[in-house]
Design a protein. Structure first.
Length: 147
């Protein structure tokens, strides 16, 4: 069980609620340990400093990481772990039935998303969050729906 799942079970609602502390600390950490700083940047933005303007790192860290809800992080984790686009899994058939009237969380039918024909998808060969394989998979799901 990951950190987010543990926080969720204990009723914690916010993930990084006081990110201003991180924005203050991050530049200090980057001065002391550029390797650790690069690891943070990879974790939060999906790419390394090799593929970023290194002089702009302080600017990146002014906006990253930003807070979200613990439930949102748990949901992301579930989707990565299950390799699927489904609604939040309450992890018990009874709880899922209460929320969705079925024992498993419903899948999102991405083919129902209506986009203009001029929509462009971007993928980065060195981006761990939007790599070409994942973006191609998303496009396929949006064309034919989830099976």
């Amino acid at each position: 069980m990951g950190v987010a799942e543990q926080l969720y079970k204990f009723g914690v609602k916010e993930w990084l609620p006081d990110e201003w502390i991180l924005h203050y600390i991050d530049p200090v950490i980057c001065d002391v340990s550029p390797t650790f700083c690069q690891s943070l940047l990879i974790a939060f933005s999906g790419c390394s400093l090799r593929h970023k303007n290194a002089t702009a790192v302080a600017n990146y860290l002014d906006v990253e990481p930003a807070g979200t809800s613990v439930k949102n992080v748990v949901h992301w984790s579930q989707q990565v772990r299950e390799n699927s686009f489904t609604m939040f899994d309450y992890e018990s058939p009874e709880a899922n039935r209460q929320h969705y009237n079925q024992t498993d969380p419903p899948k999102y039918d991405l083919s129902q998303i209506q986009l203009p024909n001029s929509t462009i998808f971007f993928a980065g060969g060195f981006d761990t969050l939007a790599d070409p394989t994942d973006v191609d998979h998303l496009i396929l799901l949006m064309q034919v729906g989830i099976r």
